[in-house]
Design a protein around this ligand. Structure first.
Ligand SMILES: N[C@@H](CCC(=O)N[C@@H](CS)C(=O)NCC(=O)O)C(=O)O
Length: 231
């Protein structure tokens, strides 16, 4: 099995954690798509959208983090597993799928808030606060769900927990610090941080992303200073 990824890519992280949690053997192929010197032909042959994550497992070629995560669980988790990462019964599948699809909306919302392209290039500083209300809907919902259960889809770890870490990682990147309003989310993240692969598959990548975001803010300040001295 070949896993095409980059450690700083949030989308790759849920798949990476599924591979680790299920103890699946794989060949990791790290692609830095932002370096501009990656030959994308092989990637496009695996993922028609040319993005990471991508997975080639025998004849199966897949992209899309949620689809890949579901595939891995459906194929490699025992049908009678007590606490599966992805459920086996129709009702639980329907419920978790709703949250996995809604998770895409949360990522779009937090991307707008982060304003990554403009901040990374020094054209803007900090997040776009006008986009925060849409993000807030998602974290409010998480807090509500976690007030009744330890994990996002029930009483045990699932792929939804892996996916949702990204929303929080992106908020950290933006410098969001109001977690005191979300004690259940804080407890949940603390629980997640105990996973043996949390640092490698999640925290390290976001630490690097946060540094790039902060550097973008500093670049903006520098450009502003130059503009001021010219005027
Ligand atoms: N919805 C996709 C998003 C995948 C995605 O946007 N991947 C980014 C890295 S986080 C990528 O490959 N970007 C490079 C490109 O678009 O060329 C998923 O969840 O897998």
């Amino acid at each position: 099995m070949k896993f095409y990824y980059h450690p700083q890519s949030p989308a790759c992280q849920p798949v990476w954690m599924v591979l680790k949690e299920l103890g699946i053997e794989y060949e990791a192929i790290e692609l830095n798509l932002w370096s501009g010197n990656v030959d994308k032909d092989e990637l496009f042959s695996v993922n028609p959208y040319g993005k990471v994550p991508a997975l080639k497992d025998g004849n199966i070629c897949l992209g899309e983090s949620r689809a890949v995560s579901i595939y891995l669980c459906s194929k490699y988790e025992a049908a009678d597993k007590d606490k599966p990462l992805y459920p086996k019964d129709v009702d639980s599948i329907a419920r978790i799928n709703m949250e996995l699809f809604a998770d895409l909306d949360s990522i779009v919302a937090v991307q707008k808030y982060l304003n990554i392209g403009a901040v990374f290039s020094g054209k803007a500083k900090g997040p776009c606060n006008e986009h925060f209300p849409e993000v807030k809907k998602h974290i409010d919902h998480m807090e509500k769900v976690l007030s009744n259960q330890s994990y996002l889809a029930g009483d045990h770890l699932t792929i939804l927990d892996f996916c949702k870490l990204n929303l929080l990682g992106m908020l950290d990147m933006a410098g969001y610090t109001e977690w005191v309003e979300y004690p259940k989310i804080v407890e949940w993240r603390d629980r997640m941080s105990k996973l043996s692969y949390y640092e490698e598959c999640h925290a390290a990548g976001f630490k690097a992303n946060r540094q790039i975001y902060t550097a973008g803010n500093a670049k903006y300040d520098e450009l502003e200073k130059n503009r001021d001295t010219k005027n």
